[in-house]
Design a protein around this ligand. Structure first.
Ligand code: NAP
Length: 244
């Protein structure tokens, strides 16, 4: 159980992040739900968690790509909750396009949110984790970062970078009892993949388990890694076998 623990979940307002929030809250954790624009969704989720579970849940608007804003965010969360025990870097965006036509801004924005966003959050929690000599970080990468995806040069680069970041942080912080792991989802049914689901595009045939995944299935893996004291630097695929 996570009673008395505090988790920060970025991108917690929708999709996989919302499932992670519910999963951690169901285990008794207090949760800080970080969102970019979906204030109503984030606040509704917090109200649901407060009604159903024992911990508290508070929504915070923050662009994780903004280093200074994340610094202020973590200070605010620490003030409200006392400390942070679990950090889940889940916020992410896609701006797909063929490499030959990809705009510089599309490359930069996806790297800024999906990779630098995780760095910013880890950077501004690290001091707290080091002082308290514990902390669990889970980064939400993607199979795109493991095997590459055509049309996603920016996203694959960011998600591969996130795996490198995970392993470097894992090695650096392990001596202080802090873990850092990643999950690598395949195709999960959320807003991000809305255009893919329901299409007869050969996608399902490429997934050994023959279906897209559900956000809750990723949340289970995140909760497992967030509470596994002797696992660090791991990348756990939750992908129906597509990147086997
Ligand atoms: P989603 O439904 O599009 O939700 C994205 C979440 O990220 C939202 O909560 C959004 O907040 C938040 N977000 C976006 N930009 C942000 C920013 N700059 N600062 C703070 N929060 C920001 O996506 P999802 O499918 O649940 O994906 C969640 C994570 O899983 C992402 O990292 C994604 O790359 C990864 N992933 C997804 C799949 C998949 O198949 N769906 C597969 C592999 C990996 P707002 O609601 O406020 O906009």
């Amino acid at each position: 159980m996570l009673t008395g623990k505090t988790a920060v979940v970025t991108g917690g307002s929708r999709g996989i992040g919302a499932a992670i929030v519910r999963k951690l809250a169901s285990q008794g954790a207090n949760v800080a739900v970080v969102y970019a624009g979906s204030q109503a969704l984030a606040e509704e989720l917090c109200a649901q968690c407060a009604a159903e579970f024992s911990g508290k849940a508070v929504a915070y608007r923050c662009d994780v790509a903004d280093f200074t804003a994340v610094k202020d965010l973590m200070a605010q969360i620490k003030k409200e909750f006392g400390t942070v025990d679990i950090l889940v870097n889940n916020a992410g965006v896609t701006q797909d396009g063929l490499l030959a036509m990809m705009k510089e801004e599309s490359f930069d924005r996806v790297l800024d949110v999906d990779l630098k966003g995780a760095f910013n959050c880890i950077r501004h929690c690290a001091g707290m984790f080091l002082r308290q000599k514990h902390g669990a970080i889970v980064n939400v990468s993607s199979v795109s970062g493991m095997i590459g995806n055509p049309g996603q040069a920016n996203y694959s680069a960011a998600k591969a970078g996130l795996i490198g970041l995970t392993k470097a942080v894992a090695k650096e912080l392990a001596p202080k009892g802090i873990t850092c792991n990643a999950v690598a989802p395949g195709f999960i049914e959320t807003d991000m993949t809305r255009d893919l689901s329901g299409q007869d595009n050969g996608l399902l045939a490429a997934i050994p388990l023959g279906r897209m995944g559900q956000p809750q299935e990723v949340a289970e893996a995140v909760a497992f890694l967030a509470t596994a004291p002797y696992i660090t630097g791991e990348v756990l695929r939750v992908d129906g076998g597509i990147a086997m």
